[in-house]
Design a protein. Structure first.
Length: 254
């Protein structure tokens, strides 16, 4: 959305703090032995305590307050009582919500307990690439150039990017223009980031796959060639200098 007055900025800061704090607390709550449904319900309670509403639940009728993807699941994993977290699992939590007419979105991947399956390099690459991508963004920068940076850095780290999942505008709804802030460069895309707008920037870094495909449950996405995917996401306010990270309360960078 385009921020045109102080009240809009305050509204975006507030909901961004809420989703960021919810993600942080859910990460801390995630332990070996608990189910993803229990983790999701904990997150739902936090959102309710702030008066916020889960975006995927409210907007799409998603069967959970947050998307929780484990191991081979790339995104949109459904919380389940039958899915218990184990030592070394790769998990992604994506939290988005609405409060007082404003929407914000953030997410992060991490390893449960000890990294016995060596997922940490993929997690680190995703986090570091998101930092580099956000540092590049300001009013007037081509969206395609940020996609090029993400893919170039992924390849440099020995990984790939998922090409059909993307960041997006956010603010007065969960998904707004620009609708496709891709993780690779489309040379024909001449669209540029605009100053004083809010967007959700996401990395989708993969070990094997380049396309996410939907499972029969109608929600869960996995890589077309298998392997693992990590995602990190921040909602930011674009300026003519360094962006303001509105969801920094998630502490996904430590």
């Amino acid at each position: 959305m385009s921020i045109t007055k102080e009240s809009e900025l305050i509204g975006m800061k507030r909901i961004s703090e809420v989703v960021g704090t919810t993600l942080k607390l859910m990460r801390e709550y995630a332990k070996v032995g608990i189910s993803t449904k229990e983790l999701d319900e904990y997150g739902g309670e936090i959102l309710r305590s702030y008066g916020a509403k889960s975006a995927p639940y409210e907007t799409y009728g998603f069967p959970g307050y947050s998307c929780i993807s484990v191991n081979e699941e790339a995104a949109h994993g459904i919380p389940s009582r039958d899915k218990t977290l184990k030592e070394g699992d790769l998990i992604n939590i994506d939290v988005s919500a609405e409060l007082n007419g404003f929407w914000s979105d953030n997410g992060g991947s991490f390893v449960i307990g000890e990294d016995i399956h060596n997922h940490q390099p993929l997690v680190n690459a995703s986090k570091q690439i998101l930092q580099k991508a956000i540092a590049l963004i300001k009013g007037g920068v081509k969206i395609a150039d940020v996609g090029h940076l993400i893919e170039t850095e992924a390849k440099r780290s020995g990984f790939k990017v998922i090409k059909n999942l993307a960041g997006h505008g956010v603010g007065r709804s969960l998904h707004e223009e620009p609708s496709d802030i891709l993780n690779y460069r489309v040379k024909t895309n001449q669209e540029r980031f605009r100053k004083n707008t809010t967007v959700a920037i996401e990395t989708f870094i993969s070990t094997k796959s380049t396309i996410a495909v939907e499972l029969e449950d109608g929600w869960t996405l996995v890589g077309n060639k298998g392997g693992y995917v990590t995602q990190h996401e921040q909602t930011i306010l674009i300026t003519d200098k360094t962006p303001v990270i509105l969801t920094q309360s998630n502490e996904i960078w430590g």
